[in-house]
Design a protein around this ligand. Structure first.
Ligand code: UN1
Length: 503
């Protein structure tokens, strides 16, 4: 066994994941840090997956009648267990997704935060009381648990996205069946083990409340098509969402889609350039450009372009790139060879469209099976070719602008609509960007970058990003069904709209 494999195994042992779950199986899993194999898992068969969904559905019948604050108690215990395992789980995220130590820990913090949020929410699943037009009548809306929630998640936030969905689903009265990315199954097993500790402390939780399916697309498809999965919450590419959305809709299931982003920043004449520089650097290079919220396009006003660009180029030339397990480098590896090839293809296309590329080359960190790159900065004459697409790698396309209204048009002229940012000290520009005629994204920020959203707000975006919302605000409503109730406490039966029907 390689040293990294044995480090991984001892972490998994400490996290209470049974040995048999990650050794001796036919599905190899790799770490992007070195490209080495670190585990061999056993894929879930189609029959097993169906049986697990049936089990989850049986759990639903019990869990839905637990008082919501009691369900919240389980999530409170999950938050406690996550606090205890923060270091280990954060390190496992770094091993499996290649995140810097700080970002690995930050992802676990995001899980703790959503648990806290969900615990409070468990006492706030409010409905409205509504005035009835009929005398002696009252109307109200009641929110009920929905059913089994299927979660399909991506490699880049291998644990936080599960927790956004699970913490809310559990307090809302729903069991969860999770199909993690086949690139990051180990962190999923660790999350399940951590939740199992909370379940053991709680005592009488129904069996099958949370389960993990191991495997690729074929296993995810079972969740998508199964009639007992009431809601499919899927995070991944727009291509994936185009398949999942219609299939779930065809059986009248619900879906939450959190798909691609092609997020942009605008640096205005009055921008605090020091702040913009740091925000753009984190937004575009953090997580090696592998966040849905990564900044991929940057519009810089012509009056500050010549001052800002050299500073940005210097940041790109000097950013630390390295092994996240052995250094505090800010940029870790790409997830795999395909990601590297996709990045190179996009850079070639950018050159063909007149782009001037700085960076993007492979950096040698450890074995040849790991793919580290210097983030690429590409000055583009216009927004065309690969700039219109999401390439899941650290490429920032920079364009010069002169007119504010025109840059808003360009900003919105891509398929995706996840996150956006404006850097300005001008109140009019700020408000225009946030207005109905401004950014068309689900997230629009002022003087911060596009990535690193807090859990308190609803997370998600418009257009090809899929329209789903997860995490904070009232995103919980997607995990429940709404009943409208009309109660007649009078001794008469007046009909609505004045209709007469006397028998
Ligand atoms: C994602 O990339 O799917 O806002 C999620 C952020 C993180 C979550 C990203 N809090 O960048």
């Amino acid at each position: 066994m390689t040293p990294l494999a044995s480090t991984t195994h001892s972490l998994l042992d400490r996290l209470d994941v049974p040995q048999g779950a990650f050794t001796g199986g036919s599905m190899a899993s790799f770490s992007p840090v070195t490209g080495e194999q670190i585990a061999a898992l056993t894929p879930t068969t189609a029959e097993e997956a169906s049986a697990m969904i049936d089990r989850a559905h049986r759990a639903f019948r019990e869990w839905r009648v637990w008082p919501a604050p009691r369900r919240g108690e389980l999530v409170r215990l999950l938050g406690e267990e996550l606090r205890k395992s923060k270091e280990d789980l954060g390190r496992l995220v770094s091993i499996e997704a290649g995140k810097s130590p700080s970002e690995g820990l930050g992802e676990v913090q995001e899980m703790i935060d959503i648990c806290d949020f969900a615990v409070g929410l468990s006492r706030q699943l409010y409905g409205l009381t509504i005035a009835s037009e009929r005398p002696g009548h009252r109307m109200m809306e009641t929110w009920h648990p929905l059913g089994v929630v299927g979660v399909i998640s991506a490699f880049n936030f291998p644990v936080a996205v599960w927790s956004w969905n699970s913490a809310l689903a559990l307090v809302c009265g729903n069991p969860v069946v999770w199909k993690p990315s086949e690139k990051t199954p180990l962190t999923a097993l660790a999350c399940q083990a951590i939740l199992d500790r909370a379940i053991a402390r709680m005592g009488d939780v129904p069996e099958g409340l949370s389960q993990v399916l191991i495997g690729g697309k074929e296993v995810g498809e079972i969740l998508v098509d199964h009639p007992k999965v009431a809601l499919v919450s899927a995070t991944g590419s727009t291509r994936m969402g185009r398949e999942v959305g219609p299939r779930v809709a065809a059986r009248f299931g619900r879906s939450i889609l959190e798909l691609g982003g092609n997020n942009a920043g605008i640096v205005c004449p009055s921008a605090d350039l020091d702040m913009a520089l740091r925000a753009v650097a984190f937004g575009a290079m953090g997580t090696a450009g592998q966040r849905c919220t990564t900044m991929r396009r940057l519009f810089v006003h012509e009056s500050v372009y010549d001052e800002f660009l050299p500073r940005l180029k210097a940041a790109y030339a000097s950013v630390s790139i390295g092994n996240p397990l052995e250094s505090q480098a800010l940029v870790g590896p790409l997830i795999d060879a395909q990601a590297y090839e996709g990045m190179q293809r996009a850079l070639e296309a950018a050159k063909a469209a007149g782009g001037m590329v700085q960076g993007g080359e492979r950096v040698s960190v450890g074995p040849d099976s790991a793919f580290y790159v210097r983030p690429a900065l590409v000055e583009m004459p216009s927004q065309s070719g690969p700039v219109l697409e999401e390439t899941f790698a650290p490429i920032l396309y920079v364009m010069k602008y002169s007119d504010f209204d025109a840059v808003i048009e360009d900003h919105n002229a891509v398929g995706a609509g996840l996150s956006s940012a404006i850097f300005t000290l001008n109140l009019r520009e700020m408000e225009a960007f946030l207005s109905a005629a401004g950014s068309d994204c689900g997230i629009a920020n002022v003087n911060i970058g596009t990535s690193g959203a807090e859990i308190g707000g609803a997370f998600g975006g418009e257009k090809e990003t899929g329209g789903g919302r997860e995490s904070g605000s009232d995103a919980w409503k997607a995990y429940m069904r709404r009943a409208t109730n009309t109660i007649n406490y009078s001794d008469a039966l007046p009909l609505a709209q004045g209709v007469v029907f006397d028998v």
